[in-house]
Design a protein around this ligand. Structure first.
Ligand SMILES: [Zn+2]
Ligand SMILES: [Zn+2]
Length: 224
């Protein structure tokens, strides 16, 4: 809880730096500076007297609230660690997932498929597109690194959301400024919901897919 400091005499003490932090040189770790008239104001050089530093080279970040080291070597380490974290997370997801053969997967799981690095931001329409994409990526890998691209064992299933309008929330909003019993006087809410459902069904192109990490779809490489 924050309380007023009016008329209080306060001793301004510097912060104690934690790991990858150092005290701000301007305010000496206090976070406050005094102007010519004696008023104090926040130091604009730091956050609360602290400067955040890069965990790899130890140098302060070049800008406040900017957690990115300009040093290329640090950036390389960051990318490597990010990739390692991703791989680890992906491995755990796969271990937990239900594994389904491609031909045994229901249509509602394979409206789109998802695999990082392939297709459009990881989304691919079907197995053919996956194989085409793998073919291209494999060629590229051969040219650049002289070795074939590792064959992924699986892709992720997706779930799909599309436009839905809720009669209840529309009526809540529509009666908000009316007299207090107005909402209760509404009849045939079901009829409105049925109409909204029918109308939404007519809309095409709002389908939005998300990876569904509960299901891993195994790739039938014999069809490649
Ligand atoms: Zn400062
Ligand atoms: Zn650095």
């Amino acid at each position: 809880m924050l309380t007023s400091v009016k008329d209080k005499k306060i001793e301004l003490l510097p912060q104690v730096p934690k790991e990858n932090q150092k005290l701000c040189d301007i305010c000496e770790g206090v976070g406050w500076l005094q102007d010519d008239r004696g008023y104090i104001e926040l130091c604009r050089n730091c956050s609360n007297g602290m400067i955040e530093c890069c965990p790899h080279c130890g140098k302060p970040y070049s800008k406040r609230y900017y957690h990115h080291c300009d040093n290329e070597e640090c950036q390389r380490i960051e990318r490597f660690e990010r990739e390692k974290r991703y791989q680890e997370q992906e491995k755990q997801r796969f271990e937990k997932a239900i594994k389904i053969g491609y031909n045994d997967a229901d249509e509602d799981k394979t409206g789109m498929l998802y695999i990082e690095g392939y297709g459009n931001d990881g989304y691919i329409a079907d197995l053919d597109e996956f194989f085409e994409c793998h073919y291209d990526r494999n060629q590229e890998n051969l040219e650049v690194y002289g070795e074939p691209l590792e064959r992924p064992e699986y892709v992720w299933a997706t779930s799909c959301s599309k436009i839905y309008l809720n009669a209840d929330s529309i009526l809540e909003q529509a009666t908000d400024d009316l007299h207090e019993d107005a909402r209760d006087r509404i009849v045939d809410e079901d009829e409105l919901q049925r109409f909204l459902d029918k109308w939404c069904k007519k809309q095409t192109g709002t389908e939005t897919y998300y990876p569904d990490y509960r299901y891993a779809i195994l790739i039938p490489w014999d069809r490649y």
